[in-house]
Design a binder for this molecule. Structure first.
Ligand code: MOS
Length: 727
């Protein structure tokens, strides 16, 4: 089905099941420990052997010699896989470095061997006996030092640089100017479940139980890496313990489990050890961002420039931190640019709202600084610079843009008028108290997505799609969509996800999954409704599905009558064509934060947080709220704690475990409130929904930093805002 805009009225609009706060249907399985994760496939692979991954001890160079004899002779060891016996492996499309290093080493902790043994402990013990001799060479690990050598971020120049009007001239003559540089550190996803896979071979056919957000990408890339037909690869990923972009692609544990299982002729399971995750997998790259804004005395932006530098391995990509600056505020003279340095650290790639998350960390402090120079309220400054069109391409309108509504509603609800605009003035005992705010902005992507819906003979409905639920609530919104479309209660719908045997979905990433995957289920349900009506001899155009009945032309029949002799199936793909050429689709919001800073120690406590989100129809307000408060929590981590510290001599992230890489715990997070604007976006899909999870993180860190400035008068432009920077 091809989506044509605007979406017309359809059964989803009845909102009998969709739009209602609904408990996650996978919740009880997870909380009772009965949801099998990738490493827990005891039922299908009871005899699985254990793998232990060995990571490279240098960041760049070659393996001169690898001696596996002692490891192979150790108790319980079944095989040792290295580049010398792995066979020919083609690099996948989505990984920048080879997943199994050797003889060339491209980054620290790149996998160089897998030890397979009867038990986990035996594999670990044997790993200590593996002897690898390296020939290291010097690498480049310091973004700041590599800045001047950084080239355009993309071969497509239009993508790395945009220019409108004459920024330099307009900035030079602007009566009020802001010119500042901001830094965001490398960050890691730090999801609860590490990368994990259980590989089972039957003849030439691989079944890989794996924690993966994008089943079809993973299936294709595994086939490509091994040089086998795609139909010989099946990926199964029904439950995933968090991803945040770290599980968008195959990682080394998936390939090594597969190679190990082939070598020992039985299933092998591998979980990437926590201490390898930061340097072995992908991370959010650090950025240096230079922002210049010129404005009239009334606060109208006349010139805005945002330049961002980041680094990645050769052939890698940039952190697209200027994305939001191309779209968020008006202003006739504009310049944005991304430059990319070659760094020999682990691969940079997507992490929760790639681009906008670190971009908003910089832009929204810059706006706070500009407001102060103008002696203008920060909320008002943003309202004054709102735009209804893409400011770089004025012919393109936003499908929906209720940014100003989120600002006004948030300011009222938060009590923003109680803020003292002069910093360092408000005391509460030993605490300095401050308010801060920031805009929220994240693009809304739509991806084609397919599903199969079956009316079973007992009248229940089964939905199958290779869509994943990474803890986001997909099972539930997919089930709600089918229930709404077919007029049955949610309890009569069974949802099957995360299996490449099912139709190819949008997958989970970039906050496109919720709207896109349910739109695919919608398309399949439209097909099923037609097939049911036809079987019952009813006019499909007239048929109304509700209360488990189908009604048309004065007749009313129970739904299951259609499936008495055989199941009835509907299968389809929702496709969008070049919808994004006509409309700019984005999600908007506002974050408000109250902090207290200890006047003596500079310890920061977040006291109160509010997010207002304009993100189209909210399919399940309960799971959407969970997504947003999770993202707000991650934003507090970005503001105050998260920092992968680079050893600039040896070339690795030093704090590569969850003891040294700090993220917020419950005690760090105060009262959080989330308000969703009541809106629908008829341009986004027949669901009229948009992404919301990633919107929840964009801007939070800047709101915290701005609140700290309001509390203390200390402006920190270098994240995280740790207490040493405040004293
Ligand atoms: Mo997304 S970058 O897969 O959280």
């Amino acid at each position: 089905m091809k989506f044509t805009t605007p979406a017309t009225t359809n059964p989803i609009d009845r909102l009998q099941v969709i739009g209602k706060p609904t408990d996650r249907i996978d919740g009880p399985f997870k909380t009772t420990g009965t949801a099998p994760y990738a490493y827990e496939q005891h039922k299908v692979a009871p005899n699985a052997a254990y793998g232990w991954v060995v990571g490279a001890g240098i960041a760049k160079g070659t393996i001169r010699r690898i001696d596996t004899r002692a490891a192979r002779a150790a108790p319980g060891v079944l095989a040792v896989i290295t580049h010398e016996n792995a066979g020919k492996l083609v690099k996948g499309k989505y990984n920048t470095a080879h997943l199994l290093g050797g003889p060339e080493i491209q980054h620290y902790h790149q996998a160089v061997a897998l030890i397979v043994a009867e038990t986990f402990e035996q594999a670990r013990a044997a790993a200590a006996l593996l002897h690898v001799e390296y020939a290291p060479v010097n690498g480049v690990y310091d973004l700041e030092a590599a800045m001047n050598a950084a080239g355009p971020a993309s071969k497509d120049k239009a993508k790395s640089t945009t220019k409108v009007g004459n920024f330099e001239a307009a900035f030079a003559s602007a009566p009020v100017k802001l010119d500042a540089t901001y830094k965001t550190p490398d960050q890691t996803h730090a999801m609860m479940e590490p990368h994990a896979s259980t590989a089972v071979w039957q003849g030439d056919t691989l079944t890989l139980y794996t924690a993966n957000q994008m089943i079809n990408w993973g299936k294709k890339d595994m086939a490509r890496t091994l040089g086998i037909p795609e139909e010989n690869v099946r990926l199964v990923s029904p439950y995933i313990g968090g991803g945040f972009g770290g599980k968008l692609f195959l990682r080394s544990e998936a390939l090594l489990a597969t190679l190990g299982a082939k070598a020992v002729g039985r299933p092998v399971k591998v979980t990437l050890q926590r201490a390898l995750m930061m340097n072995n997998t992908t991370h959010r790259p650090a950025t240096i961002q230079h922002i210049r804004i010129g404005a009239t005395r009334e606060g109208r932006i006349t010139a805005i420039a945002h330049e961002s530098w980041s680094g990645d391995l050769p052939d890698g990509g940039p952190e697209t931190a200027v994305n939001q600056t191309r779209l968020l505020y008006a202003g006739p003279n504009r310049f944005t640019q991304m430059r990319l340095a070659v760094l020999d650290l682990a691969e940079g790639n997507a992490m929760r709202a790639p681009g906008e998350a670190p971009g908003m960390m910089a832009l929204e402090i810059a706006m706070d600084e500009l407001a102060e120079k103008l002696q203008m309220d920060p909320v008002t400054l943003r309202v004054v610079n709102d735009t209804t069109v893409d400011p770089e391409k004025p012919g393109r309108r936003f499908s929906q843009r209720r940014f100003v509504d989120t600002l006004r509603l948030g300011a009222g609800r938060f009590g923003w008028n109680r803020r003292n605009p002069k910093p360092g003035q408000v005391r509460d005992g030993r605490w300095l108290v401050g308010y801060g705010m920031a805009a929220a902005f994240r693009n809304n992507l739509v991806m084609k997505s397919a599903a199969r819906v079956r009316l079973e003979r007992d009248g229940t409905v089964t939905v199958e799609t290779d869509m994943t639920d990474i803890g986001t609530g997909t099972y539930t919104i997919v089930g709600q969509t089918a229930a709404e479309m077919l007029g049955v209660p949610l309890s009569r719908v069974t949802v099957r996800l995360g299996d490449s045997a099912y139709p190819v979905s949008a997958g989970s990433g970039g906050q496109w999954g919720g709207n896109s995957s349910t739109a695919g289920v919608y398309a399949a349900c439209v097909k099923l409704r037609e097939n049911v009506a036809k079987k019952l001899g009813l006019d499909p155009a007239q048929a109304d599905f509700s209360g488990g009945m189908v009604r048309a032309g004065g007749k009313a029949l129970p739904l299951e009558q259609a499936s008495r002799e055989a199941d009835v199936i509907g299968e389809d793909t929702m496709e969008y064509g070049d919808l994004d050429k006509t409309y700019q689709q984005s999600t908007f919001g506002a974050h408000f934060v109250e902090v207290a800073v200890d006047a003596a120690t500079a310890e920061v406590r977040v006291r109160r947080m509010l997010a207002v989100c304009a993100a189209g129809r909210i399919l399940n307000p309960k799971s959407a709220r969970s997504q947003v408060i999770g993202a707000m929590t991650m934003g507090v981590g970005a503001a105050l704690m998260e920092d992968l510290v680079v050893d600039k001599r040896a070339g690795f992230f030093v704090n590569h475990d969850l003891a040294g890489y700090e993220v917020p715990v419950h005690a760090d997070i105060p009262h959080q409130e989330v308000i969703f604007l009541d809106e629908t976006d008829p341009v986004s899909s027949p669901m009229k929904a948009k992404g919301v999870g990633e919107l929840g993180i964009c801007g939070v860190a800047a709101a915290v930093a701005n609140a700290i400035y309001n509390a203390t008068g200390v402006r920190v432009r270098d994240y995280p805002v740790t207490l040493d920077k405040l004293l």
